[in-house]
Design a protein around this ligand. Structure first.
Ligand SMILES: [Zn+2]
Length: 794
């Protein structure tokens, strides 16, 4: 019905074709049942396919109920009941395809996998169907399937065949659609999170990806170091077991170039395959070498030889974790599909053969998390109401509730004695009561009362590890290469949620007296919050937030049209979420003319020119053109406000000779290194842009910027040469800069300028060294953006 076999060279099925294929399968096979799970950001219908034996498919509600009990052992009343549940239950496995839409082969594979399971009658397949329930997600980003399929078809046979589309393949997030799994900003994340951690509780989740073209053919777990300290060792071992089974099966089928224990780590939180670890489940990632979308690629021995990563010095060198290098040649989408198909069967056959073990381990991990705290161990986190950040509180608690974290709400305030008992020993200390290295301890915090509307997150709950992984400051280990450079983590190093949200959370270390059950209510959804309490919890798609920008101010967000920029996408996300009207100012329009007649404020998202992936690649020319920069300068001189985030500051400073210098530029990572981390700044709260903020504020830094002021003379303007008027609005802290994550070379950044404002003509330029809206997660620093816009005049 497609007119081709999934995986054929130069063919691609778009979302409608994939959906039609599954609909037919649903109609013709009693092993397959589709379920709608919601709408994508651009309105496409999202669905998943349940695949199992017909008798299981007919009893899905029964198995769902079993999973809900195994996921929360408090619901299991006796050993006999537990044994019965494990005897009756099936291993629920989620397999998800192509969340990254250019990693396109798995979305095509989904049809073949479903067809095979729906039609084969060999013993292995029958055992899989009997013992497992597969929830197959053909793509958790259907919009992206079409963006890539349409682009691929349009460019087939042209010079652009096989290249990536010049736009984000998720409307807001692009590639970062797989960085959203604890913040739950995107509709797609919400839909899949609900399916997994509110409804089905799968003990095994397999997320299928592709990597670059020139290295190993297939990465499978175990992962590289460092592991996140909140992932159970039992889970890490089971991740390794499944990965090695995949590696063995793919090797047995004759494939070469299979890599384990390299590049990808389990440190960061927020990915499709990392969220399971904090829900007592096994998360598996595989990364197949990419072809050129659905066109074959040709990989030379020299390219393989040069390909190196953490854990692999060269894709031609035999090592224990890479015993059988591939010799190079033509690489087809079909090769990718076959390896992924084998890997799917590896995971499903293990899930079938060791069904009882998987269910039992899943139950036991949840149970272990329910143990009461021993003396000296933390009991709970309290997030007090009345911090002046009600929207942030609503969003953070909403995100926790959406991912199944149990949160209680205080319906009455606690006064005096009771309150101080609760918070007697609270403070921002690490788990086990020890001070976290390099992180300030907040002591002596004992407010006279805890207001109604405050939230309490107890740690003895099935998802205890998720609470700790989100609330504790991350302490990334100093990992240095033999040449003395910093070893780059796979993703960010720190993400502590309350810090990003600008909310104080207090760790409760002892509680002499229960605050009384009648005063606490368990929050499972927005319906559980009394409506007279206003914006207390927010989980819905529709934002309840009132526009913080003054009416009449005309705002633009600059968009480079030659390539997608995720920071631009997240900026739009944040503006849409806060109901701030804006227009996109694209490159073409900026090249035409001074935008001052149309706009009062322009935001330049962070857009650092990336190093070209291959020598000679064209990516290096994606900055703003000379003409565009000239028009932007006139915009400011005519009274406009230009707001620059991180990577967009550098070109302006250089071209316009602004009186600042990024002191971190050009430093070796041996001297300074700070991948995604939370840092502390001191704000000048007398400045209107920081007036609503607290003096000490946490900001997000991801290989970002720190400035010093220079004596660069001001270009002659209006006939007179005067010094640049510069106002420093924020400096990185003088000590204890790092709050969460990893920072090497603190002395290079401390007390340096983090946010400054300078005048040019009648207008102003705001230079953010950090990322005030990173991934839509840093709500704590969003007011700086709104204040900056509000300070612009017409
Ligand atoms: Zn990927």
């Amino acid at each position: 019905m497609l007119g081709f076999n999934p995986g054929d060279d130069r063919t691609v099925a778009d979302w409608k074709q994939i959906a039609d294929y599954f609909t037919r399968l649903d109609k013709s096979s009693d092993r397959v049942q589709l379920q709608d799970i919601g709408k994508s950001t651009l309105g496409r219908a999202m669905f998943v396919a349940f695949i199992s034996a017909p008798e299981n498919i007919r009893s899905l509600e029964k198995y769902k109920a079993i999973q809900a009990k195994l996921a929360d052992p408090r619901k299991v009343t006796s050993d006999a009941e537990r044994e019965q549940l494990i005897r009756d239950g099936k291993t629920v496995v989620v397999i998800s395809c192509s969340i990254h839409s250019t990693e396109i082969v798995a979305s095509q594979l989904s049809m073949l996998l479903a067809y095979n399971l729906a039609s084969a009658n060999d013993t292995d397949t029958l055992s899989i169907l009997q013992n497992t329930i597969l929830i197959l997600i053909p793509s958790p980003n259907p919009d992206g399937v079409d963006i890539v399929a349409n682009w691929y078809r349009k460019t087939l046979g042209t010079a652009s065949e096989g290249r990536e589309p010049p736009e984000l393949y998720h409307h807001y997030a692009g590639h970062d659609d797989n960085r959203d799994w604890f913040m739950i900003n995107l509709k797609e994340t919400k839909a899949v999170t609900r399916l997994m951690w509110k409804e089905w509780f799968p003990p095994i989740v397999y997320d299928i990806h592709q990597q670059g073209s020139n290295g190993s053919r297939f990465f499978v777990p175990p992962f590289y170091d460092p592991p996140n300290p909140h992932i159970s060792p039992l889970l890490l071992r089971q991740v390794g077991l499944i990965g090695h089974k995949m590696a063995a099966d793919v090797t047995a089928a004759g494939f070469k170039g299979i890599l384990t224990n390299a590049l990808y780590d389990t440190w960061w939180h927020g990915g499709f395959r990392t969220a399971p670890y904090y829900h007592n489940s096994i998360g598996i990632l595989t990364e197949a070498a990419s072809a050129r979308l659905m066109s074959p690629s040709n990989v030379t021995h020299e390219q393989l030889d040069r390909s190196a990563t953490r854990g692999m010095r060269s894709a031609t060198e035999v090592t224990t974790n890479f015993p059988n290098p591939w010799e190079g040649g033509v690489w087809h989408p079909r090769d990718i599909m076959q390896m992924e198909l084998i890997a799917c069967h590896s995971v499903l056959s293990l899930a079938a053969n060791y069904r009882a073990d998987y269910l039992n381990n899943f139950y036991e991990l949840g149970k272990a998390n329910l143990a009461s705290a021993r003396p000296g161990e933390p009991l709970a986190y309290v997030i007090t109401a009345g911090q002046g950040r009600d929207e942030n509180l609503a969003k953070m608690i909403g995100a926790l509730v959406e991912q199944g974290v149990e949160v209680f709400r205080l319906d009455q305030e606690l006064h005096g004695e009771t309150a101080s008992q609760l918070l007697l020993t609270a403070g921002n200390v690490g788990s086990k009561g020890t001070l976290i290295r390099r992180v300030t301890n907040v002591t002596g915090f004992a407010p006279p009362e805890i207001p109604a509307g405050s939230y309490i997150v107890f740690l003895n709950q099935p998802y205890r590890q998720n609470v700790l992984a989100l609330f504790e400051p991350q302490v990334y280990p100093d990992r240095i290469t033999p040449t003395g450079e910093a070893e780059r983590p796979y993703d960010v190093a720190g993400w502590t949620l309350p810090m990003q949200m600008g909310l104080q959370s207090l760790l409760v270390m002892s509680l002499r007296e229960s605050p009384g059950q009648r005063k606490l209510s368990l929050i499972r959804s927005e319906n559980d919050v009394r409506s007279d309490l206003g914006l207390a919890l927010w989980t819905s798609d529709k934002s309840p937030i009132a526009n913080p920008v003054k009416p009449g101010i005309r705002v633009a967000i600059y968009q480079n049209s030659r390539a997608g920029n995720m920071d631009e996408g997240w900026t739009r996300y944040v503006f849409d979420t806060f109901n701030v009207p804006f227009q996109t100012l694209n490159e073409g329009a900026l090249n035409e003319d001074n935008p001052r007649a149309r706009f009062d404020a322009i935001v330049l998202p962070s857009d650092r020119t990336r190093e070209p992936a291959e020598p000679g690649a064209e990516e290096s020319d994606r900055g703003i053109s000379d003409v565009g920069l000239r028009n932007l300068a006139r915009f400011v001189e005519d009274g406009g406000t230009l707001i620059c985030f991180d990577g967009s500051c550098g070109p302006l400073i250089k071209r316009w000779k602004l009186p600042l210098r990024n002191v971190l530029e050009g430093l070796r990572s041996a001297d300074f290194y700070c991948p995604g981390s939370v840092l502390r700044v001191n704000l000048d709260t007398a400045n209107p842009i920081a007036r609503t903020m607290t003096k000490e504020t946490d900001v997000y830094f991801i290989n970002s910027s720190a400035f010093e002021l220079t004596n660069t003379p001001r270009p002659v303007f209006d006939g007179e040469q005067t010094p640049w008027p510069v106002r420093v609005i924020a400096r990185y802290a003088k000590e204890n800069v790092l709050q969460s994550g990893w920072l090497l070379g603190e002395e290079k950044i401390k007390d340096r300028v983090a946010l400054a404002e300078t005048q040019m003509g009648k207008g102003r330029i705001l230079l953010f060294g950090f990322r005030p809206q990173h991934r839509g997660q840093t709500w704590g620093t969003l007011p700086l953006i709104w204040n900056a816009i509000n300070s612009s005049g017409r």
